[in-house]
Design a protein around this ligand. Structure first.
Ligand code: HAM
Length: 532
């Protein structure tokens, strides 16, 4: 039996291979160009953050936070937790000094670890518990030393002292709040806002307009267009203004990008989900209506009546559709300010010639949204057809400890889905050729003999400097084999350098599509290749 190990990518993650990666680059490059023309600049963010950042911004009852986050316990923290568990669960045998001493030893180890983790800046501990445990552990060390040094007075008094100390250590470590988890980012809006606050970006002139691209992580059930590591291209506008023109311009920027990429059949859905003045009353009304039909709803929706009734609205469950259609609609419960804002967003979209569809059930799955929400669907994606989602989140900066008056709006495109939709629509062309078919090199530089190799290395360098894609065989091959490889690599030309060519100061250029060949000097070769 072979013991060869065969590794595979983890379920729900995937490799993006050439030539498809060229299409990804084109998409990302086009986004950079389009966003640049709207005055956006790139922000590069860490891939993991404190778990609490996501809990606080996205919301602890959301699917993303409660079920889908990859939370990484720090190595030392796990160890400390394990030690604490042992301390709490340890059953000291009555009268057994040795056992009690072991316990004290463990308490001392625990403190040492905590100190170390703190010194390394790995985590933060709640002060009270830490100090209490510190004092107690010093006491534990003293008592433990005393017992072993004197072989001591193994009397009831010492035993009682010991047991009372054990109890206090237990109590203290039970109260000790240990550490901070970090999580792989499930999205990047929270990180952008964290960075905005951390770097005091509110002092920058005008609105702060940032874009980002990169991987996000959610433990979702993998299927077409849904991955556990997926990619987003997102943009956020932060600043003191919540003018509806900002909402409309952000959406316009998205639509321009999709146009430039020739994404066909994109449909923009918009909605307003109100603000803290009008939404609570609507949510209560919705909850009350949902209570009346509770028994007709599925388990998820039943749960959401308590946790987040708005999310019932985007249920896809067939049996719930009739019920949802009869529920009260937020549009009829917006306060005057939200209504005016929403009307103006729509008017401004009109000014920009952007077609949209109002969708009162578009509530989005993250807690930070208010007022404008939007989603764009695209064809060719099956059930995961949202290629982009976004909205306004005016309270988020304040919620994360930043200046209260700061407003925000943004979106994130699911790059995997955008690429999929482009491919399905036959728009997967990349400058080098269609993604899906390999684009071969401009020149396959076949050399024969040591002198020719040296000449070929120089020529390859000059061709590449001029922007041509050159394949230079690393080892000498027989003529037939070398030219065969050029064919298989789909090279456009074979440029042949052998002793005869060297002697004559030329190269032989063979056009591989029809086999025609000619001898050219270097200048002529460049002109010939450029002319094609
Ligand atoms: P989201 O709707 O959770 O919003 O995600 C945005 C887009 O990311 C989705 O429309 C979808 O295209 C893509 N996406 C989400 N999950 C997956 C997955 N598992 N596999 C493949 N693609 C996925 C946000 O993330 C917000 N941060 C958007 C935002 C920015 N709102 C304001 N600013």
């Amino acid at each position: 039996m072979s013991d060869k190990v065969k590794f595979q990518a983890i379920k729900g993650v995937r490799d993006i291979l050439p030539p498809e990666s060229a299409l990804w680059n084109r998409v990302e490059q086009t986004a950079r160009e389009v966003f640049g023309t709207f005055g956006f600049a790139e922000i590069r963010l860490p891939i993991f953050e404190q778990t609490d950042l996501f809990k606080r911004s996205i919301g602890i009852d959301t699917e993303v936070v409660s079920k889908e986050m990859y939370t990484i316990p720090d190595g030392d923290i796990e160890h400390i937790r394990g030690l604490r568990r042992s301390l709490l669960e340890w059953e000291i045998k009555f009268g057994d000094f040795g056992d009690a001493e072991l316990f004290l030893g463990l308490a001392v180890t625990l403190l040492t670890f905590i100190r170390q983790a703190q010194e390394d800046g790995l985590t933060q501990f709640e002060d009270v518990g830490l100090h209490a445990l510190g004092d107690l552990t010093v006491a534990a060390k003293e008592l433990s030393d005393l017992i072993s040094a004197r072989g001591l007075s193994k009397d009831t008094d010492t035993w009682n002292r010991l047991i009372s100390l054990v109890e206090r250590i237990r109590l203290a470590s039970d109260r000790l709040e240990i550490g901070e988890d970090m999580s792989l980012r499930p999205e990047a809006t929270a990180s952008v806002v964290r960075a905005y606050i951390e770097h005091g970006m509110q002092v920058m002139p005008g609105n702060v307009k940032l874009y980002y691209m990169g991987p996000m992580f959610r433990r979702e059930r993998p299927q077409k267009g849904r991955y556990r590591q997926f990619y987003q291209i997102g943009a956020e506008v932060l600043g003191s203004s919540d003018a509806p023109g900002i909402d409309a311009e952000v959406i316009e920027m998205l639509m321009r990008l999709f146009e430039r990429l020739k994404l066909k059949g994109a449909v923009l859905n918009i909605n307003s989900i109100g603000d803290k003045n009008c939404r609570p009353a609507y949510v209560e009304k919705l909850r009350a209506e949902l209570q009346k039909v509770r028994n007709e709803l599925g388990a998820d929706s039943q749960r959401r009546i308590e946790t987040n009734p708005l999310r019932v609205l985007d249920s896809k469950l067939e049996s719930e559709q009739g019920i949802i259609a009869k529920l009260p609609r937020i549009a009829e419960h917006l306060c005057a300010d939200c209504r005016t804002h929403y009307d103006e967003v729509k008017r401004q979209l009109g000014l920009r010639g952007i077609a949209y569809q109002e969708n009162w059930r578009l509530v989005r799955g993250l807690d930070y949204y208010m007022r404008t929400t939007f989603e764009i669907t695209a064809p060719g994606l099956g059930s995961q057809n949202a290629v982009c989602g976004g909205g306004r989140y005016d309270g988020l900066v304040e919620l994360l400890g930043g200046p209260a008056a700061t407003k925000g709006i943004g979106f994130a495109i699911g790059t995997d889905r955008l690429v999929l939709s482009l491919q399905e629509a036959g728009e997967g062309e990349t400058p080098g050729g269609p993604a899906g078919k390999a684009a071969g090199p401009d020149v396959y530089l076949a050399w024969f003999g040591a002198a020719a190799q040296s000449a070929a290395i120089g020529l390859a360098r000059r061709l590449r400097d001029a922007g041509f894609v050159v394949e230079l065989p690393a080892i000498e091959m027989k003529f037939g084999k070398s030219l065969g490889l050029a064919d298989r690599l789909k090279a456009r030309h074979a440029v042949i350098v052998g002793d005869d060519e060297l002697a004559a100061g030329v190269v032989t250029v063979k056009r591989l599509s029809d086999g025609t060949q000619q001898k050219l000097g270097e200048q002529e070769l460049f002109s010939y290749l450029r002319a094609i």
